[in-house]
Design a binder for this molecule. Sequence first.
Ligand code: ADP
Length: 265
Amino acid sequence: TVEVSAERFLDQNGVRKIILVFYDITEMKRSEKSLKDFVANASHQLRTPLTSIKGYTETLLDMPPADPADGRRFLETVLKNADHMDKVISSMLALAKSEQAGKRLRLGPLSGREHLSRAIDDLAVWAGERSVTFRTRTPEDEMYVMGETDGLLHVFHNLLNNAVKYSPHGGVITVSAEDDGESIVFCVEDQGPGISREHSTKVFERFYRVDENTIDGSGSAGLGLAICRRIVKNFGGEIWHDGYGEDVRGARFCFRLNKPAEKTP
Ligand code: ADP
């Protein structure tokens, strides 16, 4: 996109001249648009549960149900929607934080093994309730990567959380790590429905969800993978979906992080 400004004037010889200035405002327009899209998406994500909260509350005030069990059900719906809003707001704040943090992050060597097992421990109870188990395939040697501890945990949590969420009852989640010399590649693979190729890069965009129609109280707003991508980029790494191998049944997310120059912290 180009913006033009023009100014006429007479030069020293009395000749009429015109100055044309062309401004390239493509980048500005793009960031304006992405801010607009962000606000529109965020408003939509918050307004949907809010409308439901208002509807149920107004009904309770105007026409209280005769059966207290119905009243309770209404309140549970109100709470579920409020929880959803709470989680969406937390995700938006996490995204904003990771976007701001980019430039002034202090990266240091972190133990991949330690962070991975902390994340697995944190999800073990929830996974157990769904009879989902974790299997890890990691090298014998300790794996150090360059990063920042909260961010690395966040990425593991998010990928493992999604894997549990989409796993069938009794499913197995395989977490692997591979040292390719310069970097460590971590992959999380589940046995759920997987992600078709047309969605495989879009799922990393803010607010992108393959199935847009569910509000389940899980705070699913399509921000989780956008946050992961930002964090991994801040660490100088990359993240992608790679679920199309012949032996892959569900989704398979991988990310690569640099190893520190020296092996131990
Ligand atoms: P959400 O907060 O909705 O989980 P994410 O950014 O984590 O947002 O994921 C974006 C979308 O990618 C999800 O809504 C879902 O459609 C898809 N997705 C993510 N992880 C998986 C997975 N392990 N299996 C299947 N689909 C997934």
